[in-house]
Design a protein around this ligand. Structure first.
Ligand code: ZN
Length: 414
């Protein structure tokens, strides 16, 4: 587990942070606590089960349990061992159900959500969270720990369904605990049902044995890392650092890798804002961002922050939307041309500008986003796309620059 503390700073004034630990693990360092800025005289982040949260912590009901003055007055708890993460999948026999549940599309444990329906996991853990599907058919669920309601979650979401991450408890006393998800019999008034879809339960426990030491597994629930970006990893020294800026729900198996995202998804190591990055200046050998800059309200400030945290001589790779329709509403603000993206990084030495996404894929996306796909018969639409795919061969790379789905820039910090 990488200790990120030495490279973190106050997102606002960029001063060093004061770490006030609540729980330390003998073999892994700071497990939970607060990060405060002396100059700003405020708490700027929480550390929760080794994750740093600079964004959402104040909204969390769990934040109120951690008070700076109390923590400073007391000695941190030191737990022995190595942290081990485990995933209990929706089809794991250790999940006990009551009421009517079934496996849905080989992907979820699902119930229609009658009151009294619940699913329970009992085991030894110190931290527990759950990933649940949000959809147009989803209702509300109560998340209980050891029989006590921790939070109720509204799982309704319009449009495309998405699995979201819900932390339930941190730093429990060692021993056995029970997580229960109960259908609350309520739903968002817009929802078409009150279904609950369970994807997986995530636990952390402490192990005495080093053999259980967390070997980081690569998980990517979003866009793959572009091969051209992966190629850049070869330029980064063994003891260097790589920042995946706006990683989404992704973690890579590389000791140099650090991920940051604004969304409260499970995998990023830091939850932070690209407009005020919580990293010290000149920290990273490579900073990359895929499909991030169209989603920030001020891409110029974002680009400046990415440059600030890059070492002199280090590289930045950024790719963003050009001819893509609106997506990830409402956080889709600015698309860019090949010239626009260079403008963002003009203080850097531009090494390469490129573009990607063929005519047919863009037309396909436009048709889907405008809803015309549903107006045509499947055969009619397939025929249309076949014609356009044939046209792809006639669009040279040079011409593609005018209509590409996305543009990218590779730049070096002088
Ligand atoms: Zn500060």
């Amino acid at each position: 587990m990488k200790d990120l503390l030495p490279i973190l700073c106050c997102p606002r004034c960029k001063d060093d942070l004061l770490a006030v630990p609540n729980v330390l693990v003998s073999r892994a360092g700071l497990k939970s606590g607060l990060l405060a800025c002396r100059r700003c005289e405020e708490i700027v982040a929480t550390v929760r089960n080794f994750k740093y949260d600079f964004v959402h912590f104040k909204d969390s009901p769990l934040f109120s349990q951690l008070c700076l003055a109390d923590l400073e007055a007391q000695q941190p708890v030191v737990l022995e061992g190595y942290p081990v993460d485990e995933t209990i999948s929706f089809d794991d026999k250790r999940l006990h159900t009551s009421g009517s549940w079934r496996i849905w599309e080989d992907n979820y444990l699902m119930t229609e959500g009658e009151v009294g329906t619940s699913v329970t996991f009992r085991g030894v853990f110190t931290d527990v969270s759950i990933r649940l599907l949000n959809s147009e058919w989803s209702g509300c669920a109560g998340l209980y720990l050891d029989g006590r309601l921790v939070r109720e979650v509204d799982l309704y979401q319009s449009g495309w369904p998405i699995v979201r991450w819900y932390p339930v408890a941190y730093d429990l006393s060692p021993g056995e605990h029970e997580l229960e998800v109960r259908a609350s019999g309520r739903k968002n008034e817009k929802s078409r049902g009150q279904q609950i879809f369970v994807k997986e339960v995530l636990i952390t426990r402490l192990s005495a044995s080093e053999s259980c030491k967390d070997g980081r597994t690569e998980i990517n629930r979003v866009l793959p890392v572009f091969p051209s970006v992966r190629d850049l990893f070869a330029n980064v020294p063994q003891d260097g650092l790589i920042l995946d800026c706006g990683s989404g729900d992704r973690i890579l198996d590389d000791p140099r890798y650090v991920s940051l995202d604004w969304e409260l998804c499970q995998l990023p190591m830091v939850h932070g804002d690209v407009l005020e990055l919580p990293f010290k200046s000149e920290t990273f050998d490579l900073v990359f961002s895929q499909a991030l800059l169209e989603h920030v309200s001020n891409p110029f400030v974002a680009a400046e922050e990415m440059c600030r945290v890059t070492r002199h001589g280090g590289l930045i790779w950024a790719g963003m939307a050009f001819m893509q329709p609106v997506h990830a509403v409402p956080s889709h603000y600015f698309n860019a041309t090949a010239w626009g993206i260079q403008e963002l990084f003009k203080k850097m030495e531009i090494l390469q500008v490129s573009w990607f996404g063929e005519l047919s894929s863009t037309v396909d996306w436009l048709c889907r986003a405008s809803g015309v796909v549903e107006k045509a018969s499947p055969e009619e639409y397939q025929l249309l796309m076949e014609h356009i795919r044939r046209m792809d061969a006639h669009v040279s790379y040079e011409k593609l620059q005018n209509i590409a789905s996305g543009v990218a820039v590779l730049a070096r910090k002088p």
